[in-house]
Design a protein around this ligand. Structure first.
Ligand SMILES: [Fe+2]
Length: 275
């Protein structure tokens, strides 16, 4: 029995030819607020006040999407993160996937904390892949990059893409196109969901802030959505940002798994397999 803080969604990404079953644990939007002994009083009070705002904020998101929320979820973001790392240790996924807004804002105490915690995780438990979110869209050395990064698994890759400005940069797009041309199946991990005709109905009510919209995005953003939709190497998208769980599809064959708020206990267990 797992900690009552958590609630789970399970899904499958089928990639023909992949051997065996590959478990990934996905969380998003943890919105960490951290203060420590190195903080000034001002930094500490800012983190405490913002944290208190988000205790109400995450409850409001949960209420509006009808997701679980009770006393078990009214905990500090660092406590939530430590529970998430403990769960990952128990479940031992092939990688822990974190799709952005891990920090509520770039702040030195948060950056120190995250580097220390994820270094411990890497040393003691295993792999993690993080992308930045719109709240934390600057490079964090050794944790995430705003550039494309590609991670190898047995028979497929996970491409970590920075789409935090509701588009991608030219370099990311051209590198992603090159990687796609190599023909190895790819799962995209990004922060902001992608809107296609096929998933419009599920996403449109959230509003344009919450997806990469090929109608309003710049040229690079349009090409990014089109690549994800049409390139046969890209098999699925895993993302967050909505603070609400949605399982939808870019096309009938390409699932898009939108994780809810990790700071309120949402966890996706994603199995990648060949059939
Ligand atoms: Fe968020």
């Amino acid at each position: 029995m797992y900690d009552v803080f958590f609630w789970f969604k399970e899904s499958k990404i089928v990639i023909p030819g992949v051997k065996g079953r590959h478990l990934f644990m996905h969380v998003s939007d943890i919105h960490l607020h951290v203060w420590d002994e190195l903080c000034s009083e001002e930094e500490k009070m800012s983190a405490i006040n913002r944290e208190n705002d988000w205790i109400r904020g995450k409850e409001n998101f949960a209420a509006s999407s009808g997701e679980p929320f009770g006393d078990a979820q009214k905990i500090r973001s660092t406590e939530a993160f430590e529970k998430i790392l403990f769960l990952a240790k128990e479940l031992n996924p092939e990688a822990l996937l974190i799709s952005g807004d891990t920090l509520n804002y770039m702040h030195p105490a948060g950056e120190r904390y995250l580097k220390r915690k994820l270094a411990e995780y890497k040393n003691n438990t295993g792999r993690f892949i993080c992308v930045p979110g719109n709240h934390d869209n600057k490079d964090l050395d050794g944790i995430w990059t705003t550039k494309l990064s590609v991670h190898e698994f047995d028979g497929f890759r996970i491409a970590a893409v920075n789409d935090t400005t509701n588009t991608v940069d030219d370099q990311t797009l051209s590198e992603l196109e090159s990687v796609c041309n190599e023909g190895v199946p790819i799962i995209i991990l990004c922060h902001i969901p992608l809107l296609t005709e096929y998933c419009k109905e599920e996403l449109i009510d959230a509003g344009r802030y919450f997806f990469v919209d090929p109608e309003s995005a710049d040229e690079t953003g349009k090409k990014f959505v089109s690549l994800a939709e049409n390139n046969s190497s890209i098999k699925a998208v895993v993302c967050g940002h909505l603070h609400k769980y949605i399982y939808c599809s870019l096309t009938p064959e390409k699932p898009q798994i939108i994780g809810s708020q990790g700071m309120a206990g949402a966890v996706d267990l994603i199995t990648v397999c060949g059939d």
